[in-house]
Ligand binder design. Sequence first.
Ligand SMILES: [Zn+2]
Ligand SMILES: [Zn+2]
Length: 752
Amino acid sequence: MTVRKRVDVRVEGVVQGVGFRPFVYSLASRLGLAGRVRNDVEGVFIEVEGALAGVEEFLTALERDAPALSEIESVTVVSGAPAGHRGFTITAGDPAGPRRALVPADLATCDDCLRELADPAGRRHRYPFVACANCGPRFTVVRGVPFDRLLTTMAGFAMCADCSAEYHDPGDRHFRAEPTCCPACGPSLRLLDARGADLCGDPIAACASLLRAGRVVAVKGLGGFHLAVPAAHQEAAAALRARKHRAEKPFAVMVADLDQARRLCAVDGQAAELLTGRARPVVLLPRLPGAPVADAVAPGRRDLGLMLPYTPLHHLLLRELAEPMVLTGGNVCDEPIAHEDADAVTRLGGIADAFLVHDRAIHVRADDSVLRPWSGGHTVLRRARGHAPEPLTLRRPAPRPVLACGAELGSTFCLVRGRRAFLSQHLGDLDDQETLRSFVEGIDHFCGLFDIRPEVVAHDLDPGYLSTRHALELTGVELVGVQHHHAHIASCLADNGETGPVIGVALDGPAHGLDGTLWGGEFLRADLASCTRLGHLALVPMPGGAAAVRQPWRMAAAYLRDEHPGLDVVRRNAAHWPDVLARTRTGVGAPMTSSAGPLFDAVSALLGIRDTVTYEGQAAAELEQRADPAETGSYAATITEGDLLVVHAADLVRAAAADVAAGIDPGTIAGRFHNGVADAVVRCCVMLRDGTGLNTTALSGAVLQNALLLERTVERLRAAGFRVLTHTRVPPGDGGLSLGQAAVAAARDRST
Ligand SMILES: [Zn+2]
Ligand SMILES: [Zn+2]
């Protein structure tokens, strides 16, 4: 007689909405086991019984063969007496109790669904809302948990008999696929003119012909509206840029497949992997010379942001258009992208000539995620669609639930319960009313989805940040202020599942320091709970404060003072140069900063690349784009030792100015400058290693979005024997700040 065994298995992680129960069902059936599986608030719960060997094989295969889109965090197994189950069944979810199940991120259309989309004999031929248990909308359509159709924006679409049969068939890939539907029962597509009136004809074909004719079309995507034009169409791209009031910030381009991508950019194995990853992010890649892309798409840049289609609608549209198309956020300037149909027609009315819309509502807005590969991996510039709201796992649990409010620009928030850190999608700049509203509503939505009531609230020390003000207005919570650059280093630690201590190098824009100056070029001894300043870039005045951010030439003046009066940058800005110099001398209206951001701005202006900017970080980004990556020369900065190490970065600017005066090529100078900054960072770290005994460095801050600087710094640190931590899952800029704040608050809560 065979020994019968029964186990109860609890699986936690991203296991709902990813085809997990059908996988369990077929696994148990194949092994001849009986029992049942259901979704509940904790994740997935399985009761399984049968021959001992079968149950053991089941437990092994459960983790080994789990669906590709699932992410198992823990499996807990409890043995019990066999209950006499006959056969294996999938039972209904249980909406009671605390809501703990994880909501998956939106998933790119799977190959099976693409085949269905292309099958003329099938009932979903060319149907733009094809989805199954392995793909389709998730986070952006979820109103509540558990993940169930009634709690999504698909609730209003009652399934037809055919869809319902598939939905209830455990052997079908549409089994319990909440967004499944077909032309008979699901959403439908419409093409509207600029005033919102219906245009006749097949919406996809008509939309493609409008695009080919150079019209701007607003396309409703997964997490919001995009604006589309053919990528090679000079007039259309220029018109889009002019109407969007977006002077120079680059547009992303969607390509049908990797072949099309390779016609525009250098796509190596790593890039192909990032492009085809399940999140389908925008990937910044080196543009090929002569690539057929309109000038207005990414002016001043050697790279180009590419992405592959991630919804059936995108696949259909690109096939019809048969060429790459610009797909940029459906907004004016930097306000949040539109995600509601009526709002889109109102707000985008002056930009779009037509609207491709549908009646599946977007509950939560999510921009495209943006990644940038570099020689040592990739940097996340924007974490949004395809990643949010999936949690990061902290090394150690938070004793009490934490909310971290993040920064001001490119903001995110983060909620922590136990070891799970739920980082919001990129929200945008909080100084915009609409963004501020999505910040406040987003926090409520996440608290509801993940059943978190924050008891500890972390915030930046800058009282002017709207995120700080939001934190300070909350009552009945414990507030934890976290210095900006400590939060960046903590974010890098959390990104790597580490706790420190490390030598933290924060190269960042100017932000609130602890001594009345603006920090941002900092060497810190940091662990999660605490942080000590060990060194920094020498202070310089920022003449005009915020004006110096918009006008990088002011930083050139602040660094150069009266030296090199014959330089072009002085001549170009002669009218205001003396005033600005006077400000740097008196210090009136010229806050002092140790930030690395303005240093890059100064050199960008000095080289004639950017005197003024139209978006944040533009001068530094274009300086990097111009730098000759083959340049091995370097400028040297003096480092002085006192209580703190001080890097005299003005030496780098002076050396660059001397090369400019000598007529050296700007690309060479930019290359030498990048190498010089990396060299200075490494020399400081070596000096600090001697003093602290720490051999691990953590690199963070917005300036390290610069792939060339990151690469040069990491290479040199490793050559000097350091272990180097960089960001891979969250942005080094302010988009990752809330994770760091949360990690600090949790660590301090543990130590009290
Ligand atoms: Zn699918
Ligand atoms: Zn149907």
